[in-house]
Design a binder for this molecule. Structure first.
Ligand code: ZN
Length: 157
């Protein structure tokens, strides 16, 4: 079966991201970190975010995994920097639908991450693609729970 031109383009972008990942490394002054594993494939992703006034100022990822999980983490960090927590959660929902082959309203907002839509045809790889986005959702949830306590502490001082 020959790959369509579009599939070839998507593949090229995925391979490019996995061999030259954007934002791989550490955020020096991050205020939330999450590590998540995908035992099915053996992928491990750590993400670090610096969130200020509800905006993702900086994001990095590290870890190891297959081409798809690495490319997805690279695309994810690139897409979410500068977004608010709510926008990032919305994008994670969009991405989750796209890789499951569902129609979505606003998928163009995913940027390069949209190139992973072909994963829908390979159900075993969906968890590889969603791993970094799940880590992001977990990090944002932890941060939003942590925020009121931080306020309290400042108030007490
Ligand atoms: Zn994988």
């Amino acid at each position: 079966m020959a790959l369509s031109k579009l599939d070839q383009l998507y593949r090229a972008v995925i391979l490019e991201h996995s061999s030259n990942p954007r934002y791989r490394g550490t955020v020096e002054n991050s205020n939330v970190q999450v590590e998540l594993k995908n035992p099915v494939c053996g992928d491990v992703i750590q993400i670090q975010l610096l969130i200020e006034e509800n905006v993702i100022k900086e994001a990095c990822f590290d870890g190891y995994g297959c081409t798809i999980s690495t490319a997805s983490a690279s695309m994810m960090t690139e897409t979410i920097i500068g977004k608010t927590s709510e926008e990032a959660v919305e994008l994670a929902n969009e991405f989750s639908k796209v890789v499951q082959g569902q129609e979505t309203k606003n998928k163009s907002a995913l940027g390069d991450a949209l190139m992973l839509s072909g994963v829908a045809k390979f159900p075993a790889r969906i968890k590889c693609a969603t791993l970094s986005w799940k880590a992001l959702e977990k990090a944002l949830a932890e941060k939003s729970h942590a925020a009121p306590e931080e306020h309290l502490r400042h108030d007490e001082i």
